[in-house]
Design a protein around this ligand. Structure first.
Ligand SMILES: [Zn+2]
Ligand SMILES: [Zn+2]
Length: 267
């Protein structure tokens, strides 16, 4: 029996899964996903409520809460008050995904920056790690993490697509590096070279489902049961046995999200 995996970033609340949600969680379990971290951020402010509710329905699902940079304009005072309350829920293991996305610019940059700062402060207040989404905004992301003293709680750079210099800065700031299915894509050679320099005790994997299905599922709707493809591929990239890759990423996830509080034991 292969060692278990942790999907450190999936969006189980998304409509894409609809009535199949329960079956999808079961399929993940059948493929060895022992824990699911469902991200309460991504479809407006409602994702947070939905993610927390899912984490209370399933013993192996834990939640994060936040407002995605795309929706930063929705992070009003009332929403931040609601987020604060949700963040205290014991089944909420991190704040996120929050950050900056200057590729799509769905919210004005100044608004994204303000929301990002507010969530870093919230994370420090509730003493929970931060799940960062960053795209085309490396300098501002690092500057805000430094200025807001994010190192106090650390966290994860999710769906990592930046370069080696960014990875090193993020690691120094206490952020682990999480790879999605992108690392399996043919044209991701430069990303694979970054993966090789990430210390083994700082490496995580995720699906970011329903997006970014790994090879050979690329193009399909992604789901947690596809995570073993990413594990296998990344093990090959790092010249590790798949079991070693599973062991280190699972143990890193348990530590990062404090999953021992829910009965997780390192493998
Ligand atoms: Zn993201
Ligand atoms: Zn995401």
């Amino acid at each position: 029996m292969a060692l278990p995996l942790v999907d450190t970033h999936c969006h189980l609340d998304f409509e894409d899964f609809g009535a199949e949600r329960g079956a999808i969680i079961d399929r993940g379990r059948a493929q060895g996903i022992r824990w699911f971290v469902t991200i309460g951020s991504g479809r407006g402010a409602e994702s947070a409520d939905a993610a927390v509710a899912l984490s209370h329905e399933h013993a192996d699902v834990l939640a994060t809460v936040g407002v995605h940079p795309h929706d930063a304009s929705a992070a009003t005072d009332a929403v931040m008050t609601a987020m604060h309350k949700l963040a205290l829920d014991p089944r909420v293991v991190a704040i996120g995904e929050v950050g900056l996305d200057y590729h799509y610019d769905h919210s004005p940059r100044a608004v994204q920056q303000e929301a990002f700062r507010a969530f870093v402060r919230l994370a420090r207040e509730v003493r929970k790690p931060i799940v960062i989404h960053t795209r085309s905004a490396p300098a501002d992301t690092l500057a805000i993490l430094r200025e807001e003293q994010a190192r106090d709680v650390g966290g994860v750079i999710h769906c990592f697509t930046e370069d080696e210099a960014f990875a090193k800065s993020a690691l120094d700031l206490g952020f682990d590096i999480s790879f999605s299915g992108i690392v399996t894509f043919k044209n991701s050679e430069s990303l694979r070279s970054v993966a090789k320099v990430v210390p083994h005790d700082r490496l995580l994997i995720e699906t970011d489902s329903p997006y970014l299905a790994p090879m050979p599922m690329r193009g399909k709707r992604n789901e947690p049961s596809f995570l073993p493809h990413t594990a296998k591929h990344l093990a090959g990239t790092l010249s590790l046995e798949e079991e070693q890759l599973r062991r280190l990423t699972t143990n890193n996830a348990i530590r990062r999200f404090g999953l021992d509080r829910f009965g997780a034991t390192e493998v």
